[in-house]
Design a protein around this ligand. Sequence first.
Ligand code: AMP
Ligand code: TRP
Length: 337
Amino acid sequence: MIDSPSLRQRVFTGLKPTGRLQLGNYLGAIRPVLDLAADAANDVLVCVVDLHALTVEHDPARLRADTREMATTLLACGLDASATLFVQSAVPAHTELSYLLECTATYGEMQRMVQFKEKGRGNPSTRLSLLTYPALMAADILLHRTDVVPVGDDQRQHLELAIALARRFNARYGEVFTVPRAAVQPAAARVKDLRDPTSKMGKSGADPSGVLFLMDAADTIAAKVRRAVPDDDPSLTADDPARPGVTNLAVVLGAVTGRSAEQAVAGLHGAAALKAAVTDAVVDLLEPLQRRHRELAADPDAVTALLAAGAGVVLDEASHTLDAARGAMGLLTRSDR
Ligand code: AMP
Ligand code: TRP
Protein backbone atom coordinates (compact mmCIF):
# COMPACT_ATOMS: atom_id res chain seq x y z
CA MET A 1 0.00 0.00 0.00
CA ILE A 2 1.29 3.44 -0.87
CA ASP A 3 1.53 5.64 2.19
CA SER A 4 -1.06 8.34 2.31
CA PRO A 5 0.67 11.72 2.10
CA SER A 6 -1.57 13.12 4.79
CA LEU A 7 -3.96 11.99 7.46
CA ARG A 8 -6.80 13.89 5.91
CA GLN A 9 -9.60 11.90 4.42
CA ARG A 10 -9.64 12.04 0.62
CA VAL A 11 -13.09 12.72 -0.79
CA PHE A 12 -13.74 12.51 -4.51
CA THR A 13 -16.76 13.40 -6.55
CA GLY A 14 -17.41 13.74 -10.27
CA LEU A 15 -19.99 15.90 -12.00
CA LYS A 16 -20.89 15.35 -15.62
CA PRO A 17 -20.96 18.53 -17.73
CA THR A 18 -24.31 18.17 -19.41
CA GLY A 19 -26.77 21.04 -19.36
CA ARG A 20 -27.10 24.03 -17.07
CA LEU A 21 -26.91 23.48 -13.32
CA GLN A 22 -30.17 23.90 -11.48
CA LEU A 23 -31.20 24.33 -7.86
CA GLY A 24 -31.59 20.56 -7.35
CA ASN A 25 -27.94 20.06 -8.35
CA TYR A 26 -26.91 22.74 -5.90
CA LEU A 27 -28.90 21.44 -2.94
CA GLY A 28 -28.42 17.74 -3.72
CA ALA A 29 -24.83 17.66 -4.93
CA ILE A 30 -22.86 20.93 -4.72
CA ARG A 31 -23.76 22.09 -1.23
CA PRO A 32 -23.07 18.71 0.38
CA VAL A 33 -19.60 18.84 -1.21
CA LEU A 34 -19.09 22.41 0.01
CA ASP A 35 -20.05 21.21 3.50
CA LEU A 36 -17.56 18.34 3.33
CA ALA A 37 -14.87 20.69 2.01
CA ALA A 38 -15.47 23.11 4.86
CA ASP A 39 -14.27 20.42 7.28
CA ALA A 40 -10.48 20.56 7.51
CA ALA A 41 -10.37 16.79 8.06
CA ASN A 42 -11.39 16.31 4.41
CA ASP A 43 -9.26 16.78 1.34
CA VAL A 44 -11.89 17.18 -1.37
CA LEU A 45 -11.37 16.67 -5.09
CA VAL A 46 -14.12 17.75 -7.48
CA CYS A 47 -13.78 16.61 -11.05
CA VAL A 48 -15.73 17.81 -14.08
CA VAL A 49 -15.97 14.44 -15.79
CA ASP A 50 -16.00 15.47 -19.43
CA LEU A 51 -14.95 12.03 -20.70
CA HIS A 52 -18.13 10.54 -19.27
CA ALA A 53 -20.14 12.95 -21.41
CA LEU A 54 -18.76 11.19 -24.51
CA THR A 55 -20.63 7.97 -23.73
CA VAL A 56 -23.78 9.20 -25.45
CA GLU A 57 -24.40 11.16 -28.64
CA HIS A 58 -22.87 14.60 -28.08
CA ASP A 59 -22.04 17.85 -29.81
CA PRO A 60 -18.35 18.81 -29.49
CA ALA A 61 -18.87 22.58 -29.31
CA ARG A 62 -21.61 22.10 -26.76
CA LEU A 63 -19.47 19.80 -24.62
CA ARG A 64 -16.63 22.33 -24.61
CA ALA A 65 -19.02 25.11 -23.59
CA ASP A 66 -20.75 22.96 -20.95
CA THR A 67 -17.40 21.93 -19.44
CA ARG A 68 -16.29 25.54 -19.10
CA GLU A 69 -19.69 26.57 -17.82
CA MET A 70 -19.83 23.85 -15.20
CA ALA A 71 -16.31 24.61 -14.04
CA THR A 72 -17.09 28.34 -13.86
CA THR A 73 -20.25 27.68 -11.88
CA LEU A 74 -18.50 25.35 -9.44
CA LEU A 75 -15.80 27.97 -8.94
CA ALA A 76 -18.49 30.60 -8.43
CA CYS A 77 -20.03 28.37 -5.75
CA GLY A 78 -16.75 28.68 -3.87
CA LEU A 79 -15.26 25.29 -4.54
CA ASP A 80 -11.90 26.74 -5.53
CA ALA A 81 -11.24 27.98 -2.03
CA SER A 82 -11.92 24.80 -0.10
CA ALA A 83 -11.48 22.00 -2.63
CA THR A 84 -9.41 21.07 -5.67
CA LEU A 85 -11.35 21.43 -8.90
CA PHE A 86 -10.09 20.00 -12.18
CA VAL A 87 -11.25 18.65 -15.51
CA GLN A 88 -10.99 14.88 -15.95
CA SER A 89 -9.42 14.89 -19.42
CA ALA A 90 -6.63 17.19 -18.19
CA VAL A 91 -5.30 14.25 -16.19
CA PRO A 92 -4.60 11.54 -18.79
CA ALA A 93 -3.91 8.94 -16.09
CA HIS A 94 -7.70 8.58 -15.76
CA THR A 95 -7.99 6.95 -19.17
CA GLU A 96 -4.91 4.82 -18.78
CA LEU A 97 -6.00 3.47 -15.43
CA SER A 98 -9.45 2.89 -16.89
CA TYR A 99 -7.90 0.46 -19.37
CA LEU A 100 -6.07 -1.37 -16.61
CA LEU A 101 -9.33 -1.68 -14.72
CA GLU A 102 -11.13 -2.92 -17.82
CA CYS A 103 -8.56 -5.71 -17.70
CA THR A 104 -9.57 -6.38 -14.11
CA ALA A 105 -13.34 -6.29 -14.65
CA THR A 106 -15.52 -8.70 -16.61
CA TYR A 107 -18.00 -8.24 -19.42
CA GLY A 108 -20.67 -9.84 -17.22
CA GLU A 109 -20.20 -7.25 -14.51
CA MET A 110 -20.43 -4.33 -16.88
CA GLN A 111 -23.51 -5.74 -18.55
CA ARG A 112 -25.31 -6.02 -15.24
CA MET A 113 -25.14 -2.30 -14.48
CA VAL A 114 -28.65 -0.94 -14.19
CA GLN A 115 -27.77 2.31 -15.93
CA PHE A 116 -26.42 0.40 -18.93
CA LYS A 117 -29.49 -1.81 -19.02
CA GLU A 118 -31.73 1.24 -18.99
CA LYS A 119 -29.79 3.44 -21.36
CA GLY A 120 -28.14 1.22 -23.92
CA ARG A 121 -28.34 -2.55 -23.73
CA GLY A 122 -29.65 -4.23 -26.85
CA ASN A 123 -29.18 -1.19 -29.04
CA PRO A 124 -26.40 -1.85 -31.59
CA SER A 125 -25.63 1.86 -31.91
CA THR A 126 -25.00 2.26 -28.17
CA ARG A 127 -21.47 3.58 -27.72
CA LEU A 128 -19.10 0.93 -26.40
CA SER A 129 -17.92 3.46 -23.80
CA LEU A 130 -21.36 3.38 -22.18
CA LEU A 131 -20.73 -0.29 -21.35
CA THR A 132 -17.22 0.36 -20.05
CA TYR A 133 -18.12 3.64 -18.28
CA PRO A 134 -18.01 2.11 -14.77
CA ALA A 135 -14.33 1.20 -15.32
CA LEU A 136 -13.58 4.85 -16.04
CA MET A 137 -15.56 5.90 -13.00
CA ALA A 138 -13.63 3.37 -10.90
CA ALA A 139 -10.41 4.81 -12.33
CA ASP A 140 -11.52 8.33 -11.34
CA ILE A 141 -11.96 7.16 -7.79
CA LEU A 142 -8.99 4.79 -7.40
CA LEU A 143 -6.46 7.02 -9.15
CA HIS A 144 -6.78 9.59 -6.40
CA ARG A 145 -6.59 7.14 -3.48
CA THR A 146 -10.07 8.14 -2.50
CA ASP A 147 -11.36 7.18 0.94
CA VAL A 148 -14.90 8.44 0.56
CA VAL A 149 -17.24 9.03 -2.36
CA PRO A 150 -20.41 10.99 -1.64
CA VAL A 151 -23.03 9.43 -3.87
CA GLY A 152 -26.66 9.58 -4.73
CA ASP A 153 -28.62 6.37 -5.03
CA ASP A 154 -28.27 6.22 -8.82
CA GLN A 155 -24.48 5.87 -8.55
CA ARG A 156 -24.35 3.32 -5.76
CA GLN A 157 -24.00 0.29 -8.03
CA HIS A 158 -21.13 1.89 -9.95
CA LEU A 159 -19.39 2.69 -6.70
CA GLU A 160 -19.83 -0.87 -5.46
CA LEU A 161 -18.16 -2.07 -8.64
CA ALA A 162 -15.26 0.33 -8.04
CA ILE A 163 -14.86 -1.15 -4.54
CA ALA A 164 -14.96 -4.70 -5.93
CA LEU A 165 -12.35 -3.86 -8.58
CA ALA A 166 -10.03 -2.26 -6.01
CA ARG A 167 -10.24 -5.36 -3.81
CA ARG A 168 -9.75 -7.72 -6.75
CA PHE A 169 -6.79 -5.80 -8.10
CA ASN A 170 -5.13 -5.63 -4.68
CA ALA A 171 -5.68 -9.35 -4.06
CA ARG A 172 -4.41 -10.41 -7.48
CA TYR A 173 -1.54 -7.97 -8.08
CA GLY A 174 -0.64 -6.48 -4.71
CA GLU A 175 -1.91 -3.69 -2.50
CA VAL A 176 -1.96 -0.69 -4.80
CA PHE A 177 -5.34 0.90 -4.28
CA THR A 178 -7.09 2.45 -1.32
CA VAL A 179 -10.46 0.74 -1.06
CA PRO A 180 -13.04 3.53 -1.03
CA ARG A 181 -16.35 3.63 0.76
CA ALA A 182 -19.65 5.23 -0.13
CA ALA A 183 -21.06 8.10 1.88
CA VAL A 184 -24.70 8.06 1.00
CA GLN A 185 -25.84 11.57 1.66
CA PRO A 186 -28.22 11.97 4.61
CA ALA A 187 -31.56 12.62 2.93
CA ALA A 188 -30.41 15.52 0.78
CA ALA A 189 -33.35 17.60 -0.35
CA ARG A 190 -35.05 16.09 -3.36
CA VAL A 191 -36.20 19.10 -5.27
CA LYS A 192 -39.16 18.60 -7.59
CA ASP A 193 -40.10 20.41 -10.76
CA LEU A 194 -42.21 23.48 -9.93
CA ARG A 195 -44.68 22.76 -12.71
CA ASP A 196 -44.74 19.00 -12.23
CA PRO A 197 -44.02 18.41 -8.54
CA THR A 198 -44.24 14.65 -8.88
CA SER A 199 -41.03 14.50 -10.91
CA LYS A 200 -37.54 15.60 -9.99
CA MET A 201 -36.24 19.02 -11.01
CA GLY A 202 -33.71 18.24 -13.77
CA LYS A 203 -31.25 20.25 -15.81
CA SER A 204 -32.11 18.80 -19.20
CA GLY A 205 -35.88 18.54 -19.00
CA ALA A 206 -37.92 19.55 -22.03
CA ASP A 207 -39.85 22.28 -20.20
CA PRO A 208 -37.62 24.76 -18.30
CA SER A 209 -40.52 26.68 -16.75
CA GLY A 210 -40.49 24.51 -13.63
CA VAL A 211 -36.71 24.48 -13.26
CA LEU A 212 -34.76 27.11 -11.29
CA PHE A 213 -31.37 27.40 -12.97
CA LEU A 214 -28.52 28.73 -10.87
CA MET A 215 -27.96 31.50 -13.39
CA ASP A 216 -31.61 32.57 -13.68
CA ALA A 217 -32.16 36.31 -13.11
CA ALA A 218 -34.15 37.36 -10.04
CA ASP A 219 -37.25 38.26 -12.06
CA THR A 220 -37.13 34.91 -13.87
CA ILE A 221 -37.00 33.13 -10.53
CA ALA A 222 -39.89 35.21 -9.22
CA ALA A 223 -41.96 34.43 -12.32
CA LYS A 224 -41.21 30.70 -12.22
CA VAL A 225 -42.04 30.44 -8.52
CA ARG A 226 -45.23 32.46 -9.01
CA ARG A 227 -46.33 30.00 -11.68
CA ALA A 228 -45.48 26.96 -9.54
CA VAL A 229 -48.38 24.52 -9.36
CA PRO A 230 -51.22 26.48 -7.81
CA ASP A 231 -52.84 25.39 -4.61
CA ASP A 232 -55.83 27.35 -3.39
CA ASP A 233 -55.87 25.90 0.10
CA PRO A 234 -54.69 28.78 2.31
CA SER A 235 -53.24 26.45 4.93
CA LEU A 236 -49.68 25.26 4.44
CA THR A 237 -48.22 21.86 5.13
CA ALA A 238 -44.74 20.51 4.79
CA ASP A 239 -45.46 16.89 4.02
CA ASP A 240 -48.90 16.31 2.55
CA PRO A 241 -48.59 13.82 -0.34
CA ALA A 242 -51.88 15.10 -1.70
CA ARG A 243 -50.34 18.56 -2.12
CA PRO A 244 -46.96 17.91 -3.74
CA GLY A 245 -46.64 21.49 -5.02
CA VAL A 246 -46.86 23.04 -1.56
CA THR A 247 -44.68 20.34 -0.04
CA ASN A 248 -42.01 20.95 -2.67
CA LEU A 249 -41.94 24.70 -2.01
CA ALA A 250 -41.67 24.00 1.72
CA VAL A 251 -38.77 21.59 1.08
CA VAL A 252 -37.02 24.15 -1.12
CA LEU A 253 -37.49 26.94 1.42
CA GLY A 254 -36.24 24.71 4.22
CA ALA A 255 -33.22 23.47 2.28
CA VAL A 256 -32.20 26.92 1.07
CA THR A 257 -32.50 28.48 4.52
CA GLY A 258 -31.02 25.54 6.42
CA ARG A 259 -34.17 24.48 8.21
CA SER A 260 -36.63 21.63 8.05
CA ALA A 261 -39.61 22.03 5.73
CA GLU A 262 -41.88 22.21 8.80
CA GLN A 263 -39.84 25.01 10.35
CA ALA A 264 -39.77 26.83 7.03
CA VAL A 265 -43.55 27.07 6.70
CA ALA A 266 -44.24 27.81 10.35
CA GLY A 267 -45.64 31.32 10.63
CA LEU A 268 -46.38 31.67 6.92
CA HIS A 269 -49.97 31.99 5.77
CA GLY A 270 -51.09 30.97 2.31
CA ALA A 271 -49.42 29.95 -0.92
CA ALA A 272 -48.66 33.52 -1.98
CA ALA A 273 -46.64 34.14 1.20
CA LEU A 274 -44.84 30.84 0.75
CA LYS A 275 -43.99 31.67 -2.86
CA ALA A 276 -42.72 35.11 -1.90
CA ALA A 277 -40.53 33.59 0.81
CA VAL A 278 -39.16 30.99 -1.61
CA THR A 279 -38.35 33.66 -4.20
CA ASP A 280 -36.54 35.83 -1.66
CA ALA A 281 -34.56 32.92 -0.25
CA VAL A 282 -33.52 31.57 -3.65
CA VAL A 283 -32.57 35.01 -4.96
CA ASP A 284 -30.52 35.67 -1.80
CA LEU A 285 -28.78 32.35 -2.21
CA LEU A 286 -27.98 32.83 -5.89
CA GLU A 287 -27.08 36.50 -5.99
CA PRO A 288 -23.49 36.26 -4.67
CA LEU A 289 -22.92 33.15 -6.70
CA GLN A 290 -24.08 34.88 -9.88
CA ARG A 291 -21.94 37.92 -9.15
CA ARG A 292 -18.86 35.72 -8.84
CA HIS A 293 -19.89 33.84 -11.98
CA ARG A 294 -20.07 37.11 -13.94
CA GLU A 295 -16.61 38.08 -12.76
CA LEU A 296 -15.16 34.72 -13.73
CA ALA A 297 -16.97 34.58 -17.07
CA ALA A 298 -15.51 37.99 -17.91
CA ASP A 299 -12.03 36.61 -17.33
CA PRO A 300 -11.80 33.23 -19.09
CA ASP A 301 -8.02 33.15 -18.67
CA ALA A 302 -8.49 33.19 -14.92
CA VAL A 303 -10.79 30.17 -15.16
CA THR A 304 -8.26 28.39 -17.36
CA ALA A 305 -5.55 29.16 -14.83
CA LEU A 306 -7.64 27.92 -11.89
CA LEU A 307 -8.40 24.67 -13.70
CA ALA A 308 -4.76 24.21 -14.65
CA ALA A 309 -3.81 24.80 -11.02
CA GLY A 310 -6.35 22.20 -9.90
CA ALA A 311 -4.98 19.62 -12.36
CA GLY A 312 -1.48 20.57 -11.24
CA VAL A 313 -2.32 19.62 -7.66
CA VAL A 314 -3.32 16.06 -8.57
CA LEU A 315 -1.13 15.22 -11.58
CA ASP A 316 1.97 14.10 -9.76
CA GLU A 317 0.29 11.88 -7.21
CA ALA A 318 -1.97 10.44 -9.92
CA SER A 319 0.96 9.45 -12.07
CA HIS A 320 2.57 7.70 -9.09
CA THR A 321 -0.57 5.71 -8.41
CA LEU A 322 -0.86 4.83 -12.08
CA ASP A 323 2.76 3.76 -12.18
CA ALA A 324 2.24 1.53 -9.16
CA ALA A 325 -0.73 -0.10 -10.90
CA ARG A 326 1.27 -0.51 -14.11
CA GLY A 327 4.15 -2.14 -12.29
CA ALA A 328 1.90 -4.46 -10.30
CA MET A 329 0.29 -5.71 -13.52
CA GLY A 330 3.64 -6.45 -15.13
CA LEU A 331 4.00 -3.40 -17.35
CA LEU A 332 7.26 -1.52 -17.37
CA THR A 333 7.21 1.44 -15.02
CA ARG A 334 8.90 4.82 -15.30
CA SER A 335 11.99 3.50 -13.60
CA ASP A 336 12.25 0.61 -16.11
CA ARG A 337 11.94 2.74 -19.21
P1 AMP B 1 -27.70 15.18 -12.77
O1 AMP B 1 -27.95 16.63 -13.03
O2 AMP B 1 -28.95 14.38 -12.85
O3 AMP B 1 -26.53 14.61 -13.55
O4 AMP B 1 -27.28 15.07 -11.23
C1 AMP B 1 -26.07 15.57 -10.73
C2 AMP B 1 -26.14 15.57 -9.21
O5 AMP B 1 -27.16 16.47 -8.75
C3 AMP B 1 -26.51 14.21 -8.58
O6 AMP B 1 -25.76 14.05 -7.40
C4 AMP B 1 -27.98 14.33 -8.25
O7 AMP B 1 -28.34 13.53 -7.16
C5 AMP B 1 -28.12 15.81 -7.92
N1 AMP B 1 -29.47 16.27 -8.30
C6 AMP B 1 -29.93 16.48 -9.56
N2 AMP B 1 -31.21 16.91 -9.56
C7 AMP B 1 -31.60 16.94 -8.24
C8 AMP B 1 -32.82 17.29 -7.58
N3 AMP B 1 -33.90 17.70 -8.25
N4 AMP B 1 -32.85 17.23 -6.22
C9 AMP B 1 -31.76 16.84 -5.53
N5 AMP B 1 -30.58 16.49 -6.09
C10 AMP B 1 -30.49 16.54 -7.43
N1 TRP C 1 -21.11 8.73 -12.92
C1 TRP C 1 -21.38 9.92 -12.14
C2 TRP C 1 -22.73 10.52 -12.57
O1 TRP C 1 -23.23 10.21 -13.61
C3 TRP C 1 -20.30 10.96 -12.32
C4 TRP C 1 -18.98 10.42 -11.89
C5 TRP C 1 -17.95 10.08 -12.71
C6 TRP C 1 -18.56 10.21 -10.55
N2 TRP C 1 -16.89 9.65 -12.00
C7 TRP C 1 -17.22 9.70 -10.67
C8 TRP C 1 -19.16 10.36 -9.31
C9 TRP C 1 -16.51 9.34 -9.53
C10 TRP C 1 -18.42 10.01 -8.16
C11 TRP C 1 -17.11 9.50 -8.29
O2 TRP C 1 -23.28 11.33 -11.83
